[in-house]
Design a protein around this ligand. Structure first.
Ligand SMILES: [Zn+2]
Length: 202
């Protein structure tokens, strides 16, 4: 491992791991588990208006997941506890440890495969081993120095600082069966949906 000039920032040449515009009735993204030291990740759950009615949180199974930047597949993990399937992609020069990580994804790429920004690398599925898997979502992480010997720890980056408009809507309380989206007020109830297929939500 070596230090690299390539680090995640708001200047990074990235595109989103899921395209909101591909989803019917898309309004915005909600990180329903929040970004914290215990959960250094952005859980991509779409806030959808359900044909103009309010309000649904979830993503269709089979939603394409895309590489956020050019890179090389660093790991494809099929049995990480709790049964998450994870794809890790390294960006910049090999050995930098600059990583984007995609959880709850059925991979369509393999180890050491080169990918280009926007390439589909897998699809979302409902993960039965995920206690929070009531909601089909992408567990997305970014690291500045994955596995760095010098640092001793992986250094997570907050995706909301790299991608714009990821903090427009916030769920509260987080990690609970029922919650509200604070920006929508108290009188709006949220329905959790797990769509079996993308086509069903057209
Ligand atoms: Zn998560």
């Amino acid at each position: 491992m070596f230090e690299s000039d390539y680090k995640w920032s708001s200047e990074s040449d990235v595109s989103p791991p899921i395209r909101g515009e591909d989803l019917p009735d898309f309004e915005g993204w909600v990180n329903f588990n929040g970004f914290s030291s215990r959960h250094p990740a952005y859980d991509y759950a779409a806030y959808l208006t359900d044909g103009g009615k309010c309000c649904v949180l979830g993503l269709p199974e089979g939603t394409p997941v895309r590489a956020v930047a050019d890179g090389t597949v660093y790991q494809v993990i099929l049995d990480a506890p709790p049964y998450m399937r994870i794809i890790n992609i390294e960006h910049g020069e090999v050995g930098t440890g600059v990583i984007s990580s995609y959880g709850h994804v059925v991979p369509s790429v393999s180890y050491r495969q080169k990918v280009t920004r926007g390439d589909v690398i897998g699809t979302l599925y409902k993960d039965p081993g995920n206690k929070r898997g009531r909601l089909v979502h992408l567990h997305f992480r970014m690291y500045h120095a994955w596995g760095s010997v010098r640092c001793g720890v992986n250094r997570p980056a907050d995706p909301a600082l790299v991608f714009s408009r990821l903090d427009s809507f916030n769920a509260e309380p987080q990690s609970e069966p029922s919650f509200r989206i604070t920006e929508l007020g108290d009188d709006v109830s949220i329905r959790i949906a797990n769509f079996e297929e993308l086509e069903l939500f057209k």
